[in-house]
Ligand binder design. Structure first.
Ligand code: PLP
Length: 362
């Protein structure tokens, strides 16, 4: 069972808005709301006043539009991947606004805009991510021929930070300077630079609009600093078998772990097919109440085994749940054990995990 605390997401949104002062905060809900369910998450954020959302592609945009229409028909939904060939109609149907960082896409959307009375877009410039956005010469070309934007109302000029999770990284200042130079080439448009971590780099990085994702969902976007965000996600695994081990034996695939007679092993019905990383085998821990229970053996596809010898017998029964992600051991803690980041843990949590929303659901 996966619990998603919508009140915590709302609190995180308010925390970020407070940090931003007068700048607006959008919400990035790509990858089905970082794996937590884009519709319930975005509906709650809309009720908190959020009116601008980012998704990855046109399909996610259509789903989100349908989810928001009854409560926030005026919400603006941006598509980070831009507009593909022949997708203009779908953008119009779901009233989606593309992020354009490619000359061919700008040409396509401008032509569509000229034929239909104008269309809005965000223009993305690359300042060091090397992934999306117009490069230096492409921006020069556009600045030299501004008529190429005829048909497009430029809502924002945006860019994306590569190293915002480390405030001491000189890349941040370099990207800020490059962004200022790029803005000067497209004068008059509002601006957006910061993701979650960028918000905590301070007001120089805030501009008109921030685009947090991970921070809303409680994962740390700055591993070297204590996170001010509320925890959102809980993963409770159901114990399907409790076994008192009477003799020395090994546990799990590969027989990687030997345990002694007298131990107690709980087998829990969550595995790597649910996004509980196989890399955690013999390395991480869950909790029963306040008692840590280490993983013994490898993580299987559908099962994982914990040493619960320290838990009083009456403290755990078959059918009970143990806390695999929660206040004792967060998604970030689990990520550290697995050699990854909290983002990958959240987005990897599989569809078999029943999502339970707690807090006010809109
Ligand atoms: C995913 C993404 C974000 C959100 O980043 P977080 O680190 O989750 O806050 C913002 N902007 C762009 C362009 C993104 O791709």
């Amino acid at each position: 069972m996966l619990t998603v605390d919508l009140d915590a997401i709302a609190a995180n949104y308010r925390t970020l808005c407070g940090e931003l002062g007068g700048s607006e905060s959008a919400a990035v809900v790509k990858a089905d709301g970082y794996g937590l369910g884009a519709a319930p998450v975005a509906r709650r954020l809309a009720a908190e006043g959020c009116r601008r959302f980012f998704v990855s592609d046109v399909d996610e945009g259509g789903v989100l539009r349908a989810a928001l229409d009854d409560i926030a028909a005026d919400a603006v939904i941006h598509v980070l991947d831009g507009v593909g060939e022949g997708a203009e109609g779908e953008f119009d149907r779901a009233r989606l606004v593309p992020v354009l960082g490619d000359p061919g896409q700008i040409e396509r959307w401008a032509a569509h805009g000229r034929a239909h009375g104008g269309r809005s877009a965000i223009i993305e410039v690359d300042t060091g991510m090397g992934r999306m956005g117009l490069g230096g010469r492409e921006l020069d070309d556009l600045a030299a021929a501004p008529a190429r934007l005829d048909g497009i109302a430029v809502a924002y000029v945006m860019s994306h930070l590569a190293c915002a999770d480390d405030p001491d990284d000189p890349m941040n200042a370099r990207q800020l300077a490059a962004f200022a130079a790029a803005r000067a080439r497209l004068p008059g448009a509002r601006a957006s630079l910061a993701n979650s971590a960028g918000i905590f780099l301070g007001p120089d990085y805030h501009f008109d609009l921030a685009r947090p994702g991970g921070a809303l969902f409680g994962v740390s976007s700055a591993p070297n600093r204590p996170s001010p965000m509320a925890q959102v996600v809980g993963l409770q695994g159901k114990v399907v078998r409790l076994r008192d081990v009477d003799t020395d034996m090994t546990v799990g695939y590969g027989a990687t772990r030997r345990i002694a007679g007298g131990c107690r092993i709980a087998t829990v019905a969550v595995g790597y097919a649910d996004g509980y990383p196989r890399a955690l085998g013999n390395l991480s821990t869950a909790y029963v109440g306040d008692i840590p229970v280490p993983i013994v053996g490898r993580v299987s596809m559908d099962l994982v085994t914990f040493d619960v010898s320290e838990v009083p017998t009456e403290g755990l029964r078959p059918g009970d749940s143990i806390e695999m992600i929660g206040a004792h051991h967060t998604a970030d803690d689990l990520a550290r054990d697995a050699g990854t980041i909290g983002y990958e843990i959240l987005t990897g949590l599989g569809p078999r995990l029943h999502r339970i929303y707690i807090g006010k659901r809109i």
